[in-house]
Design a protein around this ligand. Structure first.
Ligand SMILES: Cc1ncc(COP(=O)(O)O)c(C=O)c1O
Length: 392
């Protein structure tokens, strides 16, 4: 097991003041929707002001180039080739784009894991219904080691038939770093395309997207890279560049990937253009310092809440790496369905003034805490004190 969270980290000075979060609430769920620093909110507002001062000029003079400049900036942050990378609104859009570009038919299949994100699962289901393809799911037990995960996925591939393997780089509701570079190598060895869903990766982990060697990689900048919501990248391997089908066909269609994917006609592009301000904020705080702080604080939060629920350390799932999200299993019988999980999350928000993620996964309820520079150890301690009574 990695960091057991015995000591909380020192605070990042001024971290809390960068955000406009309600101070009466413990915001322990950065992973779901992020939080946009005030400076980045202002940068986006300035861009909106510019657009409103002359909408015609904003949209017709230089906007495509400004988007390309932003793409190059964000792509270099994650080690992706800008010529093979498109700005998209979010990981869900990127995934749908990939699914829509595969030209699936009857007899084809998509392989996923039971750690996958719910909306991606729904997109796979709809794609299968539309195309006649089928899907299969590989189980990844909570305590599975990396070797076992790679072996299980490699064994599940059916070359020629499996047209896409989708694997999360950091799983969402189960907060686990998966060995995607090894999984991608196993898929490549069998000629099966792989989509790595790195929704939580930009900002949270150091990453070299090209080195992962996936056919497709998607990552959100609005979670851990402080970008305005609606900012993500989709990177494709060279062989896929010409085959990508935009979800919206518009004026840049003839420009090809990535511009035809990015240009969605009259739309608000200011979240993308303001995204470099998010990276500037992260770099100003110190990217490594922020990562170390967040990982250690999430581990601390897991430990104190786990102790409050009388869980031995061995029952607290290890995220498998420097992940700023940690999982606490809930007592048996609590939040075992998605509806019950959503209801519990709401009760914790309303009654304990704490925002957390609650998920039902394979018949058990799990609480997920995240850590960001605006969080303090006391917020997890306060939740740990009040949670047992609420659950009891
Ligand atoms: C693994 C994973 N994939 C996809 C998503 C969807 O992200 P978005 O809503 O930005 O599309 C999430 C969001 O938490 C996620 O964790």
């Amino acid at each position: 097991m990695g960091d057991r969270g015995h000591q909380p980290p020192a605070a990042i000075p001024g971290g809390r003041l960068l955000f406009s979060l309600d101070p009466a609430v413990a915001h322990l769920n950065h992973g779901s929707f992020g939080s946009v620093p005030i400076s980045v909110q202002r940068a986006q507002q300035r861009l909106r002001d510019e657009a409103e001062s002359n909408p015609l000029r904003f949209h017709t003079v230089g906007l495509v180039d400004r988007i390309a400049h932003t793409r190059r900036h964000l792509a270099s942050f994650v080690g992706a080739d800008p010529a093979l990378t498109a700005l998209v609104e979010n990981a869900t859009v990127g995934t749908n784009l990939v699914l829509g570009s595969l030209r699936l038919g009857a007899g084809d299949e998509i392989l996923t894991t039971d750690r996958g994100y719910g909306a991606v699962r729904l997109a796979v289901d709809v794609t299968c219904r539309r195309t006649g393809a089928t899907s299969r799911t590989v189980n990844i037990p909570l305590d599975a080691a990396d070797d076992a995960i790679v072996a299980a996925l490699a064994a599940a591939l059916r070359p020629g038939r499996t047209k896409l393997l989708i694997v999360d780089q950091i799983t969402s509701s189960t907060a686990r770093l998966l060995p995607v570079t090894r999984i991608a190598a196993a898929a490549r060895a069998q000629g099966v395309p792989i989509l790595v869903d790195g929704a939580h990766v930009p900002g949270m982990l150091p990453v070299d997207v090209t080195a992962i060697g996936a056919d497709f990689w998607v990552g959100n900048f609005h979670k851990w890279a402080f970008a305005p919501r609606g900012t993500a990248l989709l990177t494709v391997a060279p062989a896929w560049r010409e085959r990508m089908e935009p979800l919206v066909v518009s004026w840049e269609q003839e420009s090809g990937f990535p511009t035809n994917v990015e240009w969605r006609a009259t739309a608000d592009y200011t979240s993308w253009l303001a995204a470099p301000a998010g990276l500037f904020t992260l770099r100003t705080l110190g990217v490594d310092a922020v990562r170390a702080h967040n990982t250690a604080l999430a581990a601390y939060g897991q430990r104190v809440i786990g102790e409050a629920l009388n869980l031995p350390p061995a029952e607290l799932p290890d995220p498998g790496g420097p992940v700023a999200m940690r999982l606490i299993p809930l007592p048996a019988g609590i939040a075992t369905t998605q509806d019950a999980a959503a209801a519990l999350r709401q009760r914790i928000g309303e009654q304990l003034a704490a925002e957390v993620n609650i998920a039902a996964w394979n018949g058990r309820g799990y609480l997920r805490v995240c850590a960001q520079v605006y969080n303090r150890p006391e917020e997890y301690e306060r939740l740990a004190r009040s949670l047992p009574t609420l659950l009891g």
